[in-house]
Design a protein around this ligand. Sequence first.
Ligand SMILES: [Zn+2]
Ligand SMILES: [Zn+2]
Length: 223
Amino acid sequence: MHYHIQTAPIWDAYKTETDCPLCKIYADREKRVIGQYLNENVMDPDFRVRSNRVGFCKTHIKALYSGQNKLGLALQLETRADALDKLLSKPPADKKSAKKTAELLYKHYGCVVCDALEEPMSRYFITVAEMFENEPDFPELFGAAHHCIEHSIRLYDAAQYAGKSVNTFCATLTSSLKRDLRSTEKSLRSFADCFDFKNAGTRPDPQVIPDAVKLLNGIKVEL
Ligand SMILES: [Zn+2]
Ligand SMILES: [Zn+2]
């Protein structure tokens, strides 16, 4: 069922994205989920229960804070603080109960946005592997794409869904990843060489480090 719904955004990302197509899909969905937590979900009891239970991670709280609904955010943080306060209703009195309190708090320290993205994203990796097997034009686009490390790991993890094409899927993923790692290594070497006194006067390309970070960390850093 998920297959046909998901192929359109995958085709679109693989055809148009010059960086990791799965980072693009993630960013689009992430934007939508952040929007929900700033708008319609703020007063929705189910969403509130979830955000009270695990809170927001450092990345997503920053995204929410830079949004346009400070009142909505304040209300969510207020009930989150209250939920944490209730968890501490019996303060630990010895080292064993301190450990238990830590375990309990760990269970309640996560991110509702990350959680909401995990389920649809894990389906996208499966669909990419299935498309490799089912769509004749897809393997070429897949091999030309620049997958970041995190999403390459997820694709290896989903390789079984490429069915009979699993070997070609893994070979294509590996050769494209090695191609990108080598070209990144080469660019970083040239960047570092510019600082050698023998190369005085040559200017390092400022784009080299942001490009390496996109591949290795899957994020865009400002120049
Ligand atoms: Zn990625
Ligand atoms: Zn998060």
